[in-house]
Design a binder for this molecule. Structure first.
Ligand code: ZN
Ligand code: ZN
Length: 120
């Protein structure tokens, strides 16, 4: 009884693992396909992630939070809602001057207040 149960569990686990690999492959395939279909859309995303300055600044902010140099608030600095917050930088040369905004306020800021500024 014990042995078959154990075996069953092992089989299930293996099936599960294979499924993850299969899904991952399919996901990667779909992503490649989408990239070919909408190169414009992906170029912007690529640029965003390839932007080394942005990455460096983000790392600095993360480090500053970890070491207690700055604190990430619970609330959006603009609307005061408790939401997932994005750090907004007015100036990347001052990485620790971060404005913490929720997604909606961040979008609003970039669309209406400083539309010329690249989204940061
Ligand atoms: Zn907000
Ligand atoms: Zn921003």
């Amino acid at each position: 009884m014990f042995k078959t149960k154990e075996l069953k569990r092992k089989n299930e686990l293996r099936w599960h693992r294979e499924n993850i690999v299969r899904n991952r492959k399919r996901y990667a395939y779909n992503a490649r396909k989408r990239r070919k279909e909408y190169p414009e859309k992906y170029r912007a995303i690529d640029e965003k992630y390839r932007d080394k300055t942005r990455q460096k600044v983000m790392n600095k902010v993360r480090w500053a939070i970890k070491t207690g140099k700055i604190t990430k608030p619970m609330y959006c600095s603009c609307c005061g809602e408790i939401r997932k917050l994005n750090g907004h930088h007015k100036d990347y040369s001052k990485p620790l001057e971060v404005l913490w905004l929720c997604c909606a306020c961040h979008k609003f800021l970039h669309t209406y207040i400083s539309p010329k500024q690249k989204r940061r």
